[in-house]
Design a binder for this molecule. Structure first.
Ligand code: NAD
Length: 349
């Protein structure tokens, strides 16, 4: 059994990963600034040790850093400004969190002999012809993707015989999480299929994406917590590659009244990539949940009220972070207090 530090543990992926680690007997400590609250980590049994901190502040204070890493065997590093639009809001913040703090945390782990598993993204491939594997060229088109490439490259350079970090380049996630996100394409379509029957497709929808259920992604992290990587440092983690426009047929099997609405964009999204998952499968990782099953799960969570107010900007990272910025919420402790208050009134079943 390992003692695992999950950074960003209160996020969409972390909130699905942590229970899986607990069930398998691992002890979990989470460090998360709490942009989206941390209350949903509190009721877990056995309990999660919760550090409600900005990872940058912890790294700046050697005593705090020692406290955060005390007795830890593996760090699963998820904390990030976690999508393109929120990364563009404040490119400097993205650089600080997604690269500089990540780099410093990795080095602190290397110095202490702690294993390090990093949540990267298939968006590093940007616009790639054909199926791209882990040796394929990166082509980051956004601030977010550049921050992930920088960190991937740093970790590859740092890997040696004594310290072998693991880099998981995840596809676009979907599915239910106790900390929901409605800014990921399948989750957005699920929301629209549940409430409006209209699926807004930006551009022509011909862009390829690799998709992965959030629980399958969490299982991949569990795999590497329990099985240190052997032959490779970097893995594409995805299940189905699909064009956005092809999702429509899947949603029409869930709600036959769904119609696509094509929205023209001034600056069309040129990201277009589909990935090889041969390396992941050779390592023994087999995703289990397909798009239809995961989408239906969310549609029903909305229809039954399990997700109480899906319209809220709280579930849309860029809109929510922009709102926080406009509130002048630079004092993160004050911000966290405000989130607690909101969580106390939020119905999450
Ligand atoms: N969701 C996806 O589709 C997807 C795909 C590929 C990669 N990823 C990566 O996986 C990771 C998790 O993604 P997610 O969907 O759970 O995102 P998320 O935004 O839900 O979670 C990120 C968490 O990090 C925390 N955080 C942000 N800045 C912090 C800081 N300075 N200190 C401490 N905590 C901080 C936030 O409060 C949040 O809880 C991210 O690194 C993301 O880039 C996600």
């Amino acid at each position: 059994m390992s003692k695992v530090l999950v950074t960003g543990g209160a996020g969409y992926l972390g909130a699905v990963l942590i229970p899986k680690l607990l069930v398998r007997g691992h002890q979990v400590r989470s460090v998360d600034i709490g942009y989206f609250g941390v209350e949903h980590l509190r009721g877990m049994r056995p309990s999660v040790e919760i550090f409600r901190e900005d990872i940058r502040a912890v790294l700046a204070d050697p005593a705090e850093l020692d406290r955060m890493l005390k007795d830890i065997d593996v760090v699963v590093h998820l904390a990030a400004i976690s999508n393109d639009p929120s990364a563009e809001l404040n490119a400097r913040l993205t650089e600080e969190v997604n690269f500089e703090a990540s780099r410093d945390l990795a080095m602190a782990c290397k110095e202490r002999g702690i294993r390090f598993i990093f949540s990267s993204s298939c968006s590093v491939y940007g616009e790639a012809p054909g199926e791209v594997d882990e040796e394929g060229a990166t082509n980051p088109l956004t601030v977010y993707a550049r921050s992930k490439v920088n960190m991937d490259n740093f970790l590859v350079d740092q890997a040696d015989a004594d310290w072998r970090p693991t880099i998981l380049r995840n596809g676009t996630l979907f599915g239910y999480s106790p900390r929901m996100r409605f800014d990921l394409v399948i989750n957005i379509f699920s929301y629209c299929a549940a409430l409006y029957g209209e699926l807004r497709v930006f551009g022509d929808g011909q862009q390829w994406r690799p998709f992965l259920h959030v629980a399958d992604c969490a299982r991949a992290f569990v795999h590497f917590v329990e099985n240190p990587n052997r032959d490779h440092v970097m893995f594409n983690i995805a299940n189905e590659n699909m064009r956005v426009v092809d999702l429509i047929g899947i949603f029409q099997t869930i709600n036959p009244a769904c119609v696509p609405i094509h929205v023209k964009l001034e600056n069309p999204d040129t990201r277009n990539y589909h990935v090889s998952t041969a390396r992941m499968r050779a390592a023994g990782i087999q995703p289990r949940i397909d798009i239809r099953t995961g989408a239906e799960e969310i549609v029903e969570a909305i229809v039954t009220g399990r997700i109480a107010d899906p319209e809220s900007i709280f579930y849309r990272n860029a809109k929510w972070l922009k709102e926080l910025t406009e509130l002048g919420a630079r004092d993160h402790r004050g911000l966290i207090g405000m989130l607690d208050l909101m969580a106390a009134h939020r119905v999450v079943r």
